[in-house]
Design a protein around this ligand. Structure first.
Ligand code: THU
Length: 128
């Protein structure tokens, strides 16, 4: 299965009874391991986790910190970009050249580097 197909499969697991907005993603590590994620909502809305953070936290919790690509799938007419909170979590682990592939309805697709989506990240190097 392609990375896009894996993200679409993960999207089917989205738990989104409140927004009804289903997101799936697939994150590829530098060694080729794939971690998927979906959004998981909560009756206490602020406890909701986005698909991207689920995938990143799954990977990091299993010892993977180096990534090369992420696919994020929604059913939006224009492929939706990750929220600001997820971009901040990405800034901890993603390099500027990491490829972000956004997929929307009807096979629409947009590709960015992480630096294009978050040009001036606050991360570890900000402390020095
Ligand atoms: N959501 C994501 O999973 N990723 C994003 O980058 C944006 C938003 C989810 C959170 C919530 O379950 C639903 O989409 C509506 O905001």
């Amino acid at each position: 299965m392609s990375l896009i197909e894996q993200a679409r499969t993960a999207q089917r697991s989205a738990y989104a009874p409140y927004s009804k907005y289903h997101v799936g993603c697939a994150l590829e590590t530098n060694d080729g391991t794939i971690f998927t994620g979906c959004n998981i909502e909560n009756a206490s809305y602020g406890a909701t986790l986005c698909a991207e953070r689920v995938a990143i936290f799954k990977a990091v919790s299993e010892g993977h910190r180096h990534f090369r690509r992420i696919v994020i799938c929604t059913d939006s007419t224009t492929p939706a970009a990750p929220c600001g909170l997820c971009r901040q979590v990405m800034a901890e682990f993603f390099g500027p050249e990491l490829e972000i592939i956004l997929c929307g309805a009807n096979e629409t697709e947009r590709r960015y580097t992480f630096a294009e989506l978050l040009p001036h990240p606050f991360n570890q190097s900000s402390f020095v």
